[in-house]
Design a protein around this ligand. Structure first.
Ligand code: SF4
Ligand code: SF4
Length: 446
């Protein structure tokens, strides 16, 4: 294994690219591209403030030394002189494991147990005091952010040339044995559910990720990807499932019928609170009245983080300004529109208006489904894996293997051209390529 001193920035980025690493906590932005930025601070976002997800807090406690090494590589690649791991006080085991490993240039930042402390714009503000302007990237304030699994993957790539072939996720909610487990990428969510003993309710619904930002899972045959946040199981009748089943027409009709312009959605919007000119009540009003708003107000929808506070916490009558923003975003992006606007003063009460996690869990009706989900060692070997060719932002990867070909775990099976934004895909088991479609490569164990 190489030592830290042996590795230069270019070599780090090379190994990260070859390993197909993408942001494991969000939309899957290719990490080697992120590491090209030159900044003064690299921030590990370890807030994990989605209730019910228990991955990062446990990985930090179990792999503290690797996390620090990964952070150090990321700092070398980005030229950062300061490394920060932002996490919550309640992650005691992680804090105890990390603290003895800290150096002068790497520190912990303890976040309050509120939602959405893990929205990177909020995390940066809380950990550094810097505010990212609306529609700008963290790099604009000298910061690059990645989450825990991504930074662990960086360490593995640099030291062992180990590509991304596994994913750790929490299975929680209405399941027999809530747990956190690592499985080969491409394993079906049905198999992951079975590892947790199956659902405990007769007619379950499924969410990929946390209850606030996770998306509805249409089929348990869907495979685990590099960005799968977790598997949350709830009765189909639960409001979190029912809200996600509403189509856009219903969302718009409800907004038009019952919005009373109380502006609670704006008063609690975290982006608004830190000085972004985003006012969800004005966007709802605009859509209710045939978009009779200034272009600037409509464009501000592009700055919505989709944190879901306005829908799940703020609105007293069940409207979803977030869903309306999502619809507006689709339209505006199709027209190649961009938002440019000022950073206003932050609300003096901003820090006190974030939602305490305990209150959030109660508000979401999750008290009965909130479990510890301890890490469970398993060497689960799926009989086959489905490797999606697009698990990242950018172009789909192009297969570089043929049907019938034997592949070994860690072998690159799909890649993107040199100058194209995207990430390579690797076989997560040894086996035979049994199928290749425009969307995925299937490998059967053998
Ligand atoms: S909180 Fe609900 S009712 Fe109040 S302004 Fe926002 S969308 Fe309308
Ligand atoms: S989802 Fe709602 S609360 Fe969150 S940033 Fe967007 S408008 Fe604000």
């Amino acid at each position: 294994m190489k030592t830290l001193q042996d590795v230069d920035a270019q070599t780090i980025r090379h190994h990260v690219k070859a390993a197909g690493i993408v942001g494991a906590g969000g939309a899957g932005f290719p990490t080697h591209v992120k590491l090209q930025a030159q900044v003064d601070t690299f921030l590990v976002n370890a807030a994990e403030c989605e209730p019910l997800l228990k991955v990062d807090q446990q990985l930090m406690a179990r792999q503290a030394a690797r996390l620090i090494r990964g952070l150090r590589y990321a700092m070398t690649a980005t030229g950062a002189s300061t490394g920060i791991i932002a996490l919550k006080e309640k992650y005691c085991e992680a804090i105890n494991a990390l603290t003895p490993l800290l150096t002068e240039d790497i520190r912990l930042h303890i976040l309050p147990d509120v939602y959405p402390a893990g929205d990177e714009v909020l995390t940066i503000w809380m950990a550094t005091g810097r505010r990212v302007p609306p529609a700008a990237l963290p790099v604009s304030v000298g910061v690059v952010v990645n989450n825990v699994q991504t930074v662990l993957n960086i360490a593995r790539a640099v030291e062992q040339h180990y590509p991304v072939t596994r994913r750790t996720l929490t299975v929680n909610g209405a399941v027999e044995t809530p747990l956190t487990v690592t499985v080969p990428i491409g394993t079906s969510l049905r198999e992951v559910l079975a590892l947790a003993g199956g659902a405990t309710v007769p007619d379950p619904g499924f969410i990929n990720g946390g209850p606030m930002m996770g998306s509805l899972i249409p089929s348990l045959d869907s495979p685990v990807t590099k960005t799968t946040g977790g598997l949350l199981v709830l009765p189909k009748t639960h409001s979190l499932i029912q809200r996600r089943l509403q189509d856009d027409k219903t969302v718009l009709a409800l907004a038009k019928t019952v919005c009373e312009q109380c502006r609670l959605c704006t008063d609690l919007c975290p982006r608004h609170l830190i000085g972004h000119p985003l006012s969800p009540h004005l966007l709802v009003r605009a859509v209710n009245y045939q978009q009779t708003a200034t272009p600037q107000i409509l464009l501000s929808a592009l700055t919505c983080s989709e944190c879901n506070v306005c829908e799940s916490v703020a609105c007293p009558v069940g409207i979803s300004p977030m869903r309306i923003n999502r619809m507006l975003k689709r339209e505006l992006r199709a027209q190649n529109q961009r938002y440019e606007g000022p950073l206003l003063a932050a609300d003096e009460m901003a820090k006190h208006r974030m939602v305490p996690i305990k209150r959030l869990v109660a508000r979401l009706g999750l008290n009965d489904w909130y479990h510890d989900a301890p890490f469970t060692e398993t060497d689960y070997q799926p009989p086959q894996v489905t490797l999606l060719l697009r698990q990242h932002i950018g172009a789909s990867a192009t297969p570089c293997v043929k049907k019938g070909e034997r592949v070994t775990r860690g072998q690159c099976v799909a890649d993107v051209p040199e100058e194209t934004l995207g990430a390579a895909i690797h076989a997560s088991i040894d086996g035979i390529v049994s199928d290749i479609t425009a969307q995925a490569i299937t490998v059967i164990r053998g």
